[in-house]
Design a protein around this ligand. Structure first.
Ligand SMILES: NC(=O)c1ccc[n+]([C@@H]2O[C@H](COP(=O)([O-])OP(=O)(O)OC[C@H]3O[C@@H](n4cnc5c(N)ncnc54)[C@H](OP(=O)(O)O)[C@@H]3O)[C@@H](O)[C@H]2O)c1
Length: 345
């Protein structure tokens, strides 16, 4: 099974995918209505624990009890909206997203802005963050604070919680997304500068951001850390020894941290994408666009995942009711079956 959740399997349905996300399609990624800006503290609201009003007959009951076609006419809800299962709004919560200057991080910022979160967006390229903040303010009226941050700078990360403006001080969602791969060297030829960069960003950065922001979450009784791992964390391929090692480390860190947090209201989730068409491959091949494009060339059935597909997975995990903790999500494009099994034209 490519998605493991502690208790939420009933919320998933196997639907065909038009966008290429394989496996479990998620039945209730319901966003709150636009303009809904109520703060809700997960796990604290009994109402949010009701899957449906107890008096409402199920669709199945209505269909069975009616004897004619007119009475059974049912207009299906819009995708992602269900009367039978209530997603938890994130509106009003403060979310910090690392690596928000491109790809998955940027797409996640866009979705969370649309859902009414206050955002702290962090990355090294501040100009991109500023442009993003302006766009999100215009499109969604979002409040966005931009931070020029290198997650490998532990001092900068550790001092960030107290450096945030008061309006953004109550971070309760942390998306540890910053990172990437450098090169495809064999273990006999690894470039030690690339090794250090990957270890520092992909592992030390995640550990440091979690260390900096999780105490406040525990103290306020409201928190969710989402770590972006990878297929590389579960399937280790030649030419990716160090990148695979960093993502395997993130899986272990996430798993063990859940044990540290399980007696608190705070959740921790890892999301492990397969091929996603972002700047990831261009960075891996150090700016060689030809090599990067080759990674995604000819991929069948809709091509590689898009950044917004993974943002949608992140939103799904964040919007489950307080009692539901999504532990791991492994998400492939439809044409992918492993790190190296890719169906191409
Ligand atoms: N694309 C894929 O196929 C794929 C698959 C599995 C997992 N992932 C993972 O998904 C995450 C996001 O990658 P992406 O695909 O969205 O690639 P991307 O478009 O290259 O985005 C990477 C982001 O990380 C930021 N970043 C990198 N090093 C940083 C540092 N030291 N400090 C702060 N920010 C840093 C970059 O911003 P700045 O350069 O502005 O700092 C950028 O915003 C990564 O952890 C990656 O390993 C990607």
């Amino acid at each position: 099974m490519s998605l493991l959740a502690r208790t939420s399997r009933a919320a998933f349905s196997f639907l065909g995918s038009s966008q290429g996300t394989r496996a479990l399609r998620l039945a209730s990624t319901a966003a709150p209505p636009r303009g809904h800006h109520l703060h809700t503290a997960p796990r604290h609201l009994p109402a949010s624990h009701l899957a449906r009003p107890s008096t409402a007959p199920s669709f199945a009951t209505r269909a069975m009890s009616s004897g004619n076609d007119q009475a059974t006419t049912h207009v299906p809800p819009a995708p992602g909206v269900s009367k039978l299962y209530a997603a938890e709004p994130v509106a009003g919560r403060c979310a910090l997203i690392t690596g928000a200057s491109s790809g998955i991080g940027q797409a996640t910022a866009e979705r969370l802005a649309e859902l009414g979160c206050r955002l702290v967006v962090a990355a090294r390229r501040k100009d991109r963050l500023d442009a993003l903040a302006t766009r999100l303010a215009n499109d969604f009226g979002a409040k966005v604070h931009c931070v020029a941050l290198d997650v490998t700078d532990v001092d900068a990360v550790m001092s960030l919680p107290s450096a945030l403006p008061a309006e953004f001080a109550d971070v309760s969602i942390l998306v540890n997304n910053a990172g990437g791969a450098l090169g495809t060297a064999k273990c006999t030829e690894n470039n030690m500068d690339d090794v250090a960069t990957m270890l520092d960003a992909n592992v030390k950065g995640v550990v440091a951001c979690t260390r900096a922001f999780s105490p406040g979450m525990v103290e306020r009784g409201c928190g969710h850390v989402v770590n972006i791992s990878s297929i590389a964390g579960v399937e280790w391929y030649g030419g990716g020894s160090v990148y695979c090692a960093t993502k395997a480390a993130i899986n272990a860190f996430t798993y063990a941290s859940r044990k540290d947090l399980h007696d608190t209201p705070c959740k921790i989730t890892s999301v492990s994408p397969g091929f996603v068409n972002t700047e990831f491959a261009t960075v891996r091949f150090k700016g060689d666009k030809g090599k990067a494009d080759n990674v995604y060339a000819g991929m069948k059935y809709g091509g590689p995942l898009l950044a917004e597909d993974i943002a949608d997975n992140i939103v799904y995990a964040l919007t489950r009711p307080g009692r539901v903790q999504v532990c791991d999500m492994l998400v492939y494009p439809t044409c992918q079956a492993s790190a190296r099994d890719i169906a191409r034209e």
